[in-house]
Design a protein around this ligand. Structure first.
Ligand code: ATP
Ligand code: MG
Length: 443
């Protein structure tokens, strides 16, 4: 439960508990200490009442006319509320000794809460040994209770004001902490997504600011590493291309003429053979067929090794040639293509990557998909080049992993800060490659 609480709740919950606890402690203290305090405060007055009663009784004992003395005494007391004389039989039943409280100025519940002690008292008044009345001591506690009430209200207001003040400070402090923490979290999420450009604004308390600065430093390092990584990939890819080109040249310049020579010689041998030498003729025919098969294989390997036509024909035409070749290989396959004419403007690694992605995807369709139709799309949207090859084949096997073909494509895409994915969408297998067309991506 506590784990799920937000930072603000974690601030406010203890504050609220402290507020209630302060009120409860106040109420309990009032209950515990006020009765004793009230008893102590009215004790001197009670003692005075006893002294008055004793003095009256001794005066009555020595007086010639005790009744007249008593009347004079009662008159002298007048309307004093705290100490008064109550003649026997003046009221029925005899009045209870009561404490006067300031109801009206102080709420009832507060007076009830205090549990007012029995501080009142009565002392008998006798004439010739016979009780004729009582001196009643009934103290007025209004002022004391009002004083307690004022104290209680003052403490309550102080606690409320303090709680409000602390709450407001906690609210704004947590806001000042949360905002930079949120920025930090968003920044780290951006970094996880590979965006290292937008730095985290270092704000808030020093601890969080330091974390933001550390995270920014991390972003810079990651940015550097990913740039290094990309340029390494680019180097690998272009080295690969160079190697392929060299191999293609070797095959074309060395093996090609040799094969041509063998073929020419086989033809010459066939023509020179005397008629009727069937065994030699069959052998020469066999050599001729093998050489032709080798020449075809050589051409196929050459086609795979280098996109021969990009520089001469432009990317659009090169892709069309590639597709024609695929059509020739799989006559039953319906092959539709939409190639953006603007692609002819791109060159270098970017154009080679587009070509290779389409080439490898088509090869994969022919090898794995058992598809009836394939769609090849290459378009430019804003600053992005989108290559999509989709087929209606059997789809990816469950445990499908990227082999050399797709891994190579992915590396090529990453080298240009792009992405490559192989997914199944709406019953079609889709290879989607997104390549940014920026200055860094070109050439
Ligand atoms: N269009 C597709 N339809 C069905 N499966 C596919 C398709 N494209 C790729 N695959 C699956 O993805 C796997 C990986 O493809 P990838 O091109 O990386 O390797 P490969 O074609 O098996 O071998 P190579 O390294 O020679 O290209 C394939 O083995 C295949 O199972
Ligand atoms: Mg493949």
């Amino acid at each position: 439960m506590w784990k799920k609480c937000s930072l603000r709740t974690r601030f406010f919950l203890p504050l609220g508990i402290m507020f209630v606890a302060a009120l409860l402690i106040g109420a309990v203290s009032l209950q515990l200490f006020v009765p004793e305090q009230l008893s102590d405060e009215s004790a001197p007055a009670a003692r005075s009442a006893r002294v008055v009663a004793d003095a009256l009784n001794s005066a009555l004992r020595t007086s010639a006319n005790p009744q007249a003395t008593l009347d004079a005494f009662a008159q002298a007391l007048g309307t004093s509320e705290a100490i008064r004389f109550q003649p026997d039989g003046a009221s029925h039943p005899p009045p209870r000794v009561e404490v006067q409280t300031p109801i009206g100025r102080v709420p009832r519940w507060f007076v009830d809460l205090l549990t007012i002690p029995e501080v009142g008292a009565s002392f008998p008044v006798r004439i010739e040994g016979k009780q004729v009345g009582e001196i009643i001591f009934s103290p007025d506690l209004s002022a004391d209770i009002f004083e307690k009430w004022i104290g209680f209200v003052a403490i309550t207001f102080s606690v409320v004001a303090l709680t409000l003040l602390t709450g407001t400070i906690a609210y704004f402090t947590s806001g000042a902490v949360l905002r930079p923490l949120q920025d930090l979290g968003e920044g780290l999420t951006r970094m996880r997504g590979g965006d290292y450009k937008q730095l985290i604004p270092p704000s808030g308390p020093p601890e969080i600011r330091r974390s933001a600065e550390e995270a920014n430093e991390l972003a810079r390092t990651l940015c550097r590493l990913s740039q290094d990584n990309r340029s390494l990939l680019r180097r690998i890819v272009s080295l690969q291309d160079d190697e392929r080109r060299d191999m293609a040249r070797e095959l074309h310049d060395e093996l090609g003429p040799l094969l041509f020579g063998i073929r020419a010689k086989a033809v010459a041998l066939l023509e020179a053979l005397p008629h009727g030498n069937l065994q030699l003729a069959a052998s020469a025919e066999g050599i001729l067929q093998s050489v032709e098969a080798l020449q075809q294989a050589n051409r196929r390997i050459l086609d795979r090794l280098r996109p021969l036509y990009i520089q001469d024909l432009g990317l659009e035409k090169s892709i069309e040639t590639l597709l024609q070749y695929a059509r020739a290989q799989a006559p039953g396959l319906k092959l539709v293509s939409h190639i953006d004419g603007r692609l002819n403007a791109i060159e270098g690694l970017l154009s080679q990557t587009v070509y290779r992605v389409i080439q490898e995807s088509i090869t994969n369709v022919l090898r794995h998909a058992r598809a009836r139709s394939v769609t090849v799309e290459a378009s430019m949207k804003a600053a992005e080049l989108i290559v999509e090859v989709s087929d209606d084949g059997i789809g990816l096997p469950k445990d499908s992993v990227f082999g050399r073909g797709l891994t190579g494509m992915q590396e090529r895409a990453r080298a240009l800060s792009g992405t490559l994915e192989l997914v199944r969408e709406d019953g079609r297998t889709v290879v989607r490659c997104l390549l940014p067309v920026g200055d860094s991506a070109l050439g």
